[in-house]
Design a protein around this ligand. Structure first.
Ligand code: DGL
Length: 300
């Protein structure tokens, strides 16, 4: 039994759908979701810089919350920094997020898949390696879409349905034109447009069948669960409130949304925190000892 929180982090809002799926599946667990807003976007940064930024973020959060596991809910950070993080924090099990190339390759009838991600992820050899492992005969069209990351992070909440649809449809059209029949959402931010991608990917008669849309949300949650089981790290079975006792300042939701940076959090982040059932905090505002560091038996 381990009541410490599970840490999720991304450059911004992208990993929130991953965190939500995990919480729905595991209501007894407490989560800390960190949005590294101060360093957004990750996708345009070099590997070495990402290693430095992610290491410093995890180090600061580990000091405060002592997470029992960390999920890097960012493809860019995972392909760039996951190995380094595992080396730097040997006491924390890490779960990474990689584009769901495997199911897309296995399902592709035309033997041509599309991957949508950040420049860093699309340029990383991991995409070709995954495809070579699961479908060496499969062609890949990779599209880097930093502007789409920016849209989701800054404007998507305010955009109307029509705009969201046309933004998603513009990428699906590119993949159709290239001849792909399966599209991998290889950046966690794009999950905010999942419905729109699926709608745009619908079939248009026998000549233009539907495209499959693939993501890693379920897979990441299951991997976290497997590691919690293997390490005997599950919180006591029970309600979210009882598990929330792992944090000294109990939150009604059993979860915290932390944002880095000195900019004011703003209404957008407050709304996001509410929508995902989390308490919004700025990392810079958290004082020493404010949260319980370990599941200490001694009262604090
Ligand atoms: N959400 C991140 C990913 O999955 C990256 C977004 C960014 O560029 O910061 O790759």
């Amino acid at each position: 039994m381990d009541k410490r929180p599970v840490l999720f982090f991304d450059s911004g809002a992208g990993g929130l759908p991953y965190c939500r799926r995990f919480r729905v599946r595991n209501p007894a667990e407490t989560v800390v979701y960190a949005a590294d807003r101060a360093n957004f976007p990750y996708g345009s940064k070099e590997r070495e810089e990402l290693i430095r930024l992610c290491t410093s973020l995890v180090s600061r959060i580990a000091e405060i919350f002592d997470p029992k596991l960390a999920a890097v809910v960012c493809n860019t950070a995972s392909v760039s920094a996951l190995e380094a993080l595992r080396k730097s924090f040997p006491g924390i099990p890490f779960v990474g997020t990689v584009p769901a190339v495997k199911p897309a390759v296995l399902a592709s009838r035309k033997r041509h898949i599309g991957v949508l991600g950040t420049s860093r992820t699309i340029g990383d050899p991991c995409i070709a390696e995954l495809a070579a492992r699961y479908g060496p005969d499969c062609a890949i069209t990779g599209i880097a879409a930093p502007e789409l990351v920016d849209f989701v992070e800054r404007r998507c909440d305010r955009a109307d349905r029509e705009e969201r649809r046309s933004v998603a449809a513009s990428y699906i059209e590119k993949f159709r034109a290239a001849g792909a029949d399966s599209v991998v959402l290889g950046c966690t931010h794009f999950l905010f447009l999942l419905d729109e991608f699926k709608a745009a990917a619908g079939g248009r008669g026998p000549a233009e069948p539907a495209l499959g849309i693939y993501d890693s949300v379920e897979g990441v949650s299951r991997r976290i669960e497997a590691l919690l089981d293997e390490g005997d790290l599950r919180a006591e079975t029970g309600t979210a409130e009882t598990a929330g006792g792992g944090l000294r300042r109990e939150t009604p939701s059993g979860g915290i949304l932390l944002i880095s940076g000195s900019a004011p959090s703003g209404a957008v982040w407050q709304k996001r925190a509410e929508a995902f059932g989390l308490e919004l905090r700025r990392l810079a505002d958290i004082g020493p000892g404010e949260y319980r560091k370990t599941q200490a038996a001694v009262p604090l």
